[in-house]
Design a protein around this ligand. Structure first.
Ligand SMILES: Cc1ncc(COP(=O)(O)O)c(C=O)c1O
Length: 415
């Protein structure tokens, strides 16, 4: 058995695999909350928030957590208490943010394609900053603002930027040749067009993909006469393959801080990481319920499904998987980890190298904090798992496990 080092804050390191915490704790949590189970480690989240925040020397920097990746209120409150605001992709993100205690001024909306009623709702909520995706959405926002102007404070408007030479054929954003129209629309509404939002948007760990476009983005932004803030996204990578390339926050932040501080005026900088901030603090625990062998391949059935964690199967993303039982077994086998349905794509992972497993062993799927629970669904008609937060040496439930009644929610019985 390889030596385990248990740190005060739950994490365990072995010579062979990264384990998020001890097997003893994993068993205690499954006993208390059942399986499968999403577990978030507050200490890791705090460290990540601190690392990203401290990387930016530029004094006018604001951080907004992109809650598209995770809408758990208790986690949103950790961001709020750390001085971050919220980035909302949808009115639902705003709703959750307000419930978590963010003030409307701390919320930046940069989404797409709202209808009139939704635009009205966003302005009525008092969201201060809106980065709009098209001139027609800008027009709608100005019209709605005019119709509500006695009831709502004036919003700060920005454009999402589409630069085909950088972002390829992305549907998102407004091209520089449309700026003139956009300025005219906001001018008529007596609102300045003061922001530019740029989303590199690939989730890449290649830092230079971000640093090499800074100058182009800054010079494009200067085409807006009332320019006051730059929102740089979104889209920063997370090293799901442990030990491989990781996004270098310090390098990116130093270059951006340097370039933006050389401008003639003080521009507010907004950074809105999603996955990079929250992916690494969470683990999905599942238990082995079946093991069979097809020639040399181990086929392991677990008590979770792709509907609980869709990224690996549906979007082809990789998530590391570890077992405690493997620490003392040197022989590894090519293993498919299969969900608890017969849906043909119900694989949590294929061709992993894992030790021979037994019923009751625990599998830990790592780095599932972003686009994990948030993308889970009721496809396959399995209720969703519970979520638990490890904080200050203790654990607490932050979302209840669903039961079958959720499958009947909103159904209309006609008999
Ligand atoms: C405008 C915007 N910002 C931030 C994010 C979060 O992206 P990521 O998780 O890649 O950081 C998204 C994701 O859709 C987005 O659309």
């Amino acid at each position: 058995m390889a030596k385990l080092e248990t740190s005060d804050d739950f994490r365990v390191k072995s010579e062979e695999v990264y384990l998020p915490f001890s097997e003893e704790l994993a068993r205690e949590l499954l006993k208390a909350y059942d399986s499968p189970l999403y577990i978030y480690q507050a200490d890791i989240l705090h460290q990540t928030i601190q690392r990203i925040t401290q990387a930016f020397a530029y004094p006018h920097t604001q951080f907004r957590f992109a809650s598209v990746t995770n809408g758990n209120i208790s986690l949103l409150q950790i961001f709020r208490n750390s001085g971050w605001g919220l980035h909302a992709n949808t009115p639902g993100d705003i709703y959750l943010g307000l419930q978590a205690g963010f003030a409307p001024e701390q919320i930046v909306y940069s989404g797409s394609n709202l209808n009139r009623a939704e635009m009205e709702q966003v302005l009525n909520w008092g969201v201060k900053t809106l980065n709009l995706d098209s001139v027609s959405q800008l027009q709608l926002c100005c019209e709605v603002y005019r119709s509500l102007s006695h009831q709502v404070s004036s919003p700060r408007l920005g454009l999402r930027l589409n630069l085909p030479e950088i972002t390829g054929d992305s549907r998102i954003g407004v091209r520089p040749e449309e700026f003139k129209n956009a300025i005219a629309v906001t001018h008529e509404a007596k609102l300045p067009l003061s922001g530019l939002h740029f989303y590199r948007g690939t989730g890449t760990n290649a830092t230079e993909a971000f640093t090499e476009v800074i100058d182009t983005v800054l010079s494009t932004a200067q085409q807006l006469p009332d320019w006051q803030y730059l929102d740089f996204g979104g889209g920063f990578g997370y090293p799901y393959h442990h030990g491989k390339a990781a996004f270098e926050w310090e390098v990116f932040a130093a270059e951006l801080s340097d370039r933006i501080s050389r401008l003639e005026r003080d521009i507010e900088l907004v950074i809105e990481p999603g996955r990079a901030a929250i992916a690494g603090c969470a683990t999905l625990l599942a238990q082995v319920v079946s093991v069979k062998w097809q020639a040399e391949k181990q086929i392991v059935g677990v008590d979770t499904t792709v509907a609980n964690l869709s990224v690996p199967s549906v979007h082809g993303g990789y998530r590391e998987m570890v077992t405690w039982n493997g620490i003392d077994k040197s022989k590894k086998h090519t293993t498919d980890i299969c969900g608890n349905t017969t849906y043909s794509r119900d694989y949590l992972g294929k061709n992993y190298q894992l030790p021979a497993l037994e019923i009751g062993d625990i599998i830990a799927i790592l780095d599932v904090g972003a686009y994990g629970y948030a993308m889970s669904s009721h496809f396959l008609h399995r209720p969703k798992p519970a979520e638990v937060l490890l904080e200050n040496g203790t654990h607490r439930l932050i979302r209840q496990r669903e039961d079958y009644s959720v499958l009947l929610a909103n159904q209309v019985f006609n008999y």
